[in-house]
Design a binder for this molecule. Sequence first.
Ligand code: HEM
Ligand SMILES: *[C@@H]1O[C@H](CO)[C@@H](O)[C@H](O)[C@H]1NC(C)=O
Ligand SMILES: *[C@@H]1O[C@H](CO)[C@@H](O)[C@H](O)[C@H]1NC(C)=O
Ligand SMILES: *[C@@H]1O[C@H](CO)[C@@H](O)[C@H](O)[C@H]1NC(C)=O
Length: 525
Amino acid sequence: MLSEILEVIGPMPVILGILLFLVAAVKHSSLFSQSSKPGRFTPVAEARQLPHSIPSKIPYVGHMMGYVRDGHSYFSSLCGKTSQPVFTICMAKVKLSLVKPELARDLPKVRHLSLGPLVLQLFRRSLNLGEFSCSLLKEEDEMSRKFAPEISRLFREEFIPNRNLRKYVEEIDVYVHREIMALEGLQTIHLEDWIFKTLVGALGKSLWGGDDGPFGAPEFVAHLRMFLMNMKQLNAPATFMIDKKLLASRSFVRERLEHFSFEKYTEKCEAGTGAIEETFLGRVQALCLEHGAAAEGWTDYQLLLIAGLSPNVMAASTWMFHHLLADPELMTQVRDEVGDCVKKSNGSIDLADMSDSCPLLSATWLEVLRFHGGFSLGRYVHEDTDLASKYLLKKGSYVLAPLRPHHFDRQSWGFAVDEFIPGRFLKANGTLDEIQRRKLRVYGVFGTLCPGRYLAVHMAMALTVRLLLAFHMAPLNASYVPPGESKDTVAGLATPEFDVEVSITKRETSYDGLKIRFKSSRQTF
Ligand code: HEM
Ligand SMILES: *[C@@H]1O[C@H](CO)[C@@H](O)[C@H](O)[C@H]1NC(C)=O
Ligand SMILES: *[C@@H]1O[C@H](CO)[C@@H](O)[C@H](O)[C@H]1NC(C)=O
Ligand SMILES: *[C@@H]1O[C@H](CO)[C@@H](O)[C@H](O)[C@H]1NC(C)=O
């Protein structure tokens, strides 16, 4: 019996590693203390019931093994096995309440939830976070609890208004354009590797000092990719279990970020101005310093930002090309749609207007988000609280909302939910169906939405339009099907299981002068 289990789970060190990690976490962290303080009688809490608990076949570690084996789909398969709208499971000593779509509308109203402690669990080891960042993320005191909302506000104010978006989109497109020009003369690219380099590089340059910043160095981006794509291994509890190359990449990235901020800092002191406050990153840094971060804390925070904001948009864009490559007819239709649009507007395209001007391309993007949006979102419960005025969520536990049940529900999406069909986001006359779009939950279910959601789609569209118009692309393997999803993705959209090499040939119709603009005041996402 046990050997069978291990067979499905794979290499022993992984499962052992995770076990050790959780046991160590339980020992050393007060975060996991499950029992809230006994005592004060609160009639409100009295009326609430604890969610039904689902035991695992193998006591204590069964659910954890399920998660290691199946990734996030383990959680959604549990959702399918019970009629309860919310239920709890224990993974070792960690208690999770899983919330199904029936109660998702109530999630924004739940109090005493925070994201920090969950971020800490996901990234503490893999990013090698220092003590300061850990205490800030635990959000145990008033001061650190204020930090997260202030950061959120900073991001919303920076990435939601159109005038700022325009600046970022145009800047990012300059970098994307440059990478596309650099493809000329090449016969093949490694899809994911190239998209990572291009998109994460462009976003990084636009935030971190352009070509002179850390993202201006190709080896920085290469090391970053190396370690961001292997976060699960970096979570191993003991250093000897981690590939030395990964550790070296992480150190490289950390050092460059540290070095960069140091340079910025001395520049500022020499100039004797408040220049540091004038850039967005400077404002984030100022906020960190205000909350007591030292140099190390700031490096940690930069890493958290990079790990949090780049992989999703990179993964979604890569999936988009996998699906276009797997369906040449779709690829042709999308390319024609984009080409027509560019011709009609004299060699330019307005990213703010894509859902009207290129509905099929927009629908393909949305279908990528639905189809690969099978991850889970979560929060830490830092005080006893209640859900839907009915269920009690205990202090010290986590709430988890698996997104797969939202995105693969037959009642809500109708036909063939397991197939990739962009057309489900289109109306009969070919325009984009807003009602379908609103069913997506990839940007959040806890009341706040990803502040980068507009920037993400515009970046992805700029890249897709430029690449499609400049090159014919074909998989090297004639019987091409998109790769499966990696089970190792720590947060957000799963990445493809492996990278593929794709042949590229320059198209005759030249769109070299293509202008990508951001004009109209309408928002799309
Ligand atoms: C398709 C791409 C993206 C997806 C699917 C996505 C999704 C998400 C999700 C699910 C959250 C957490 C929401 C929650 O738990 O409540 C989040 C948070 C966040 N995202 Fe994105 N994101 C994407 C791209 C981006 C980009 C390009 C940026 C860059 C600006 C960004 C910046 C952020 C930030 C700063 C947060 C934290 C917000 C906070 O603490 O209030 N995201 N994103
Ligand atoms: C395109 O350019 C031509 C000539 O420069 C001009 O007459 C026409 O109005 C332009 N069309 C649009 C949609 O900008
Ligand atoms: C497409 O159909 C919708 C109703 O389903 C209508 O509101 C819209 O105006 C139509 N658009 C076009 C371009 O025909
Ligand atoms: C081509 O793809 C098929 C199906 O995915 C696979 O079985 C085969 O090994 C691939 N061949 C090469 C040369 O990659």
